[in-house]
Design a protein around this ligand. Sequence first.
Ligand code: ZN
Length: 238
Amino acid sequence: MDKLRVTIWNEYFHETEDTPAKEYYPRGMHEHLKQALAAEDLEIRTATLEQDAEHGLTEDVLRWTDVLLWWGHCRHSWVRDDVAQRVAERVQQGMGFVPLHSAHQSKPFLRLMGTPCTLRWRNEEERCVIWNVSPNHPIARGVPLHFGLAHEEMYGEYFFIPEPEELLFLSWFEGGNVFRGGCTFTRGLGRIFYFHPGHETCPSYHNEHVLRIIGNAIRWAAPPEPREFRAGDEMERI
Ligand code: ZN
């Protein structure tokens, strides 16, 4: 079987400017995730906001990509509308999409959800417990029934998303809030998994369970073989 082709997209701003983001992710979250997720069955490339005029997400790159991971935070508005639309259309055509952390406000996610995707937040880096509430799901494979993150940004309800198709992870925060932090959706032929950990000043992408969940999500979201059907070509008339 061919390797799954993964593109990790990152805004890549905080890690160039702010500590401790720089210390946790000295080469950027995209390079960190590329290394941390490396596996025999994956071929991983990265792209960043300022890589080129199209943010590294040309037609060719998206056509190549089976699953796109997206991390963006404070520069969502810098993403060109036509590129965001192209991403959303590719998801509809079957590309898997894994928006991470504050990608809940990214242009492609908003287009795909059709709701404001707003939430409550509080950045006091409080303790977070992630509950695995669908342990038989492929994305939860090998993940304990609950695990803790020493500190993470609080994201809480109400999370203004459409009703998720599946709720896989429910997060609890020290301040009392809860959050639907791991949800699946389908749009057209594309599978989407939103997952909330990953604030830039927290080392969440060094956590083995978080990485396992993201790795499982890539394999779950990938389009099935043959890939030709999701390539975006016009359907033949019969
Ligand atoms: Zn954040």
